[in-house]
Write a protein that binds this ligand. Structure first.
Ligand code: HMG
Ligand code: MG
Length: 288
């Protein structure tokens, strides 16, 4: 049990995308700079999606231009299509992520197309990603439950995850988008997905709506997963997943993993400062 676990910090993107009030670009930059001092190797700082769909992420290029880049940290961006990919590259993203859903209902609500159409949309992105030598990550949403379609069949998750992996994603992050998963449903899902994609190329992206995310991480460790997404102060939610709350708080994940004997390399004092800043940002919003 001495193997390391990587935590991928999501708060500047997944954490902030759902905030109703526009958060100043300078505050987003400050958050990323604080996170850069915590020991993360990857921080998702922006998405290059339609600003009509997610206005909060409209300033992704300015965020990437304004941050103080720290050596060894990869500043990543979420990209739904070729247009978003080109914008992310122009803005200097170090890594990009494509995202699909395992359920049709969420795919339609989130990116306005079927699962099959979303995968077709990614095809022209792949040579561009390769030409720029960018690492490609992929997300699958609604891996246990969908807010529109109900429970997601594990075979459907395995199918989408395998297709994204075959596209060249070095890691497929499994999103419990609405935090409805339990250790049992996560295990059932992973039994199917691990047959299709090596566990070391999978990450757990668990929202904590019902307080089960840490339990779901423990269940995932048993399947060999060693990469988990978190968001400081538990910030977040998806605008197209009603009732979804934040990703699991990164502080909780670090505490859990270190207690179980998995080093994370995260500086907990620096993390507490970043979490405090993130909390204050959102509290300002909630107070309005
Ligand atoms: P669409 O309306 O079907 O497609 O949107 P479109 O091509 O007709 O584009 C609509 C408008 O957006 C057009 O502008 C385009 O030019 C523009 P108009 O002509 O109306 O003025 N547009 C863009 N603008 C900027 N950047 C772009 C871009 N593409 C088109 N890249 C689309 C399709 C995918 C664009 C839209 O549905 C969209 O942006 N969806 C994003 C939704 C989103 O960001 N959701 C949250 C992130 S996913 C998530 O949180 C889950 C995750 O965390 C894992 C988990 O928890 O499960 C990853
Ligand atoms: Mg998410």
């Amino acid at each position: 049990m001495s193997d390391n676990v990587t935590i991928f910090e999501m708060s500047p993107r997944d954490g902030l995308q759902n905030e109703g009030r526009a958060i100043a670009t300078a505050d987003k930059i400050n958050l990323v700079n604080l996170l850069s001092g915590c020991g993360f190797s990857r921080i998702e700082v922006a998405s290059f999606v339609s600003p009509k769909w997610v206005p909060q992420m409209a300033d992704g290029a300015q965020v990437l231009a304004g941050i103080a880049r720290k050596a060894g940290v990869s500043y990543t961006a979420l990209t739904p299509n070729l247009r978003g990919l080109n914008a992310a590259i122009a803005a200097g993203a170090d890594e990009v992520a494509i995202f699909a859903s395992a359920s049709e209902g969420f795919s339609q609500h989130n990116i306005n197309c079927s699962i099959a159409q979303s995968l077709e949309r990614f095809a022209p992105m792949l040579p561009v990603v390769r030409d720029h030598g960018l690492p490609l990550r992929a997300y699958v949403s609604c891996v246990t439950d969908c807010p529109y379609d109900g429970p997601t069949p594990p075979a459907q998750v395995a199918d989408v995850a395998a297709k994204l992996y075959a596209m060249g994603a070095y890691e497929v992050s499994l999103g419990d988008t609405i935090g409805a998963g339990t250790p049992d449903t996560i295990a059932a899902m992973l039994r199917a997905v691990c047959d299709a994609v090596p566990a070391r190329a999978l990450a757990g992206h668990y929202h904590d709506t019902h307080g089960r995310a840490c339990d779901n991480i423990v269940a995932s460790l048993d399947f060999g997963l060693r990469s988990f997404d978190g968001s400081v102060a538990g910030l977040g939610g998806c605008p197209y997943a009603p009732g979804s709350r934040g990703n699991v708080a990164t502080e909780d994940v670090v505490e859990l993993l270190e207690r179980l004997g998995y080093p994370t390399g995260i500086d907990r004092a620096a993390l507490a400062i970043a979490a405090e800043f993130a909390r204050a940002l959102v509290e300002q919003t909630d107070a309005l």
